[in-house]
Design a protein around this ligand. Structure first.
Ligand SMILES: NC(=O)c1ccc[n+]([C@@H]2O[C@H](COP(=O)([O-])OP(=O)(O)OC[C@H]3O[C@@H](n4cnc5c(N)ncnc54)[C@H](O)[C@@H]3O)[C@@H](O)[C@H]2O)c1
Length: 377
């Protein structure tokens, strides 16, 4: 019989999203034993340590503690590579926030390091493990919309309105690895790969609008009126061709005040309108040959903001000797797809993917009483 041994875990990067992680990882998942947290700003780690009853640590103390098996990396994207690399070199399993790294070279290096050291490396998004996209997967795999042929993923939201309010540090969406095609586009790419499988080729157009001329626009921001360098594309239209021959239109823009999410898979016998893949719940709508669009009752658990689910799944993967669902292969593959669209815009050439991945194992349906059970395989 299997024994249940918690995975001692520490979190590095105590910013905004760390609250959701710490809340879920300390209270919602029994497999995780969160013992400490760190940040380059010690006042931040001190506050989180006190709030969640864990130890305030430095990065170095976490890495030097042999009892800590798993590091959750919730630093901002330009720090992901260095923090994950240091943790892998220290012999820790790693679960990172997205993107796994800012460049494909860095991402491949992390993956190789993990492989050589027989460590698990996982990466957000984990929303594809939520009730909405798992229900969609079940519908798709059951053949209710026939053979998927095309998809649309359209994401528009205005970062310069949304992000430039008062905090001068909140600019990772404008740094390498952080533009909208990465920052939120990754939810669509990861959702698509987990529904449709790996991508074969991509192409696209990509722009970095107002790269050197946009200013911090909110008077409450200490940098108000100063130029804000935009170091990542912010207006991108891509096309994806999956190995399964499905083609997908993929638009990401942070340049309009408009907010639009449209995420649809079209099949030979119907279509599937998906939830915002930045969320865990529904609604999931199915239109078949026989009728109107029907809202489908969700068949799976994890309907609310369960960020950390991917880390909990990785912890079970450690104990059960299996692959993590939110694993590095898909993280590297989706990063390559986003970079490929940008590169295609620059070169005018189609980009053929050099990496591949597999759809993650679906979660068992109907396990709502003790949902963590679905991970313990
Ligand atoms: N904010 C959100 O709504 C949200 C949602 C989902 C995912 N994410 C992802 O989570 C990550 C963090 O986002 P956030 O909004 O919490 O950012 P944030 O800027 O609020 O927090 C990041 C924290 O990491 C710390 N940090 C940076 N480099 C470090 C290092 N080398 N060692 C230790 N600490 C370091 C910073 O001091 C900061 O406190 C990003 O990758 C983001 O894409 C954010």
């Amino acid at each position: 019989m299997k024994t249940f041994r918690k995975v001692r875990t520490a979190l590095i990067g105590c910013g905004m999203i760390s609250d959701t992680y710490l809340e879920n990882c300390c209270h919602a998942f029994n497999i995780l034993d969160v013992v400490g947290c760190s940040d380059i700003k010690p006042e931040r780690s001190a506050a989180k340590a006190e709030k969640y009853g864990i130890q305030q640590m430095t990065n170095e103390e976490i890495l030097a503690d042999p009892s800590i098996e798993l590091v959750i990396n919730t630093t901002y994207p330009v720090s992901h590579y260095a923090v994950s690399k240091a943790a892998l070199l220290a012999g820790k399993h790693v679960y990172s926030e997205k993107m796994i790294a800012a460049t494909l070279e860095e991402a491949l290096e992390l993956e190789q390091l993990a492989r050589e050291r027989q460590l698990l490396l996982g990466c957000a998004p984990d929303t594809f493990m939520g009730a909405g996209l798992q229900t969609a997967r079940k519908i798709l795999d059951a053949g209710l919309i026939g053979t998927p042929v095309a998809a649309q993923a359209i994401l528009v939201r205005g970062y310069h309105h949304e992000r430039m309010r008062t905090d001068p540090e909140k600019r990772f969406a404008f740094c390498p690895g952080g533009g909208i095609v990465f920052d939120v586009g990754c939810y669509y790419l990861t959702g698509l790969v987990n529904l449709l499988g790996p991508i074969h080729r991509v192409c696209g157009f990509s722009q970095t609008r107002d790269a050197d001329s946009r200013v911090y626009g909110h008077p409450a921001n200490p940098l108000y009126g100063q130029v804000m360098a935009i170091e990542t594309p912010n207006n991108t239209a891509g096309t994806l061709e999956f190995e399964s021959q499905v083609i997908c239109a993929f638009l990401t823009s942070s340049e309009s005040i408009n907010v639009t999410n449209s995420f649809i898979i079209h099949g030979t016998d119907g279509c599937l309108t998906l939830n915002d893949p930045n969320t865990f719940g529904g609604p999931i709508l199915v239109r078949t040959r026989t009728g109107e669009a029907l809202s489908v009752p969700l068949t799976h658990a994890f309907t609310t903001n369960m960020r950390g689910l991917g880390a909990a799944d990785l912890a079970y993967a450690i104990r059960n000797g299996r692959a993590a669902r939110a694993g590095s292969a898909t993280a590297v593959h989706t990063l390559e797809a986003a970079l490929g669209i940008i590169g295609s815009g620059e070169s005018g050439q189609l980009y053929t993917m050099t990496t591949t991945t597999e759809r993650a194992e679906p979660l068992a349906a109907g396990i709502t009483e003790y949902p963590e059970m679905a991970l313990d395989l």
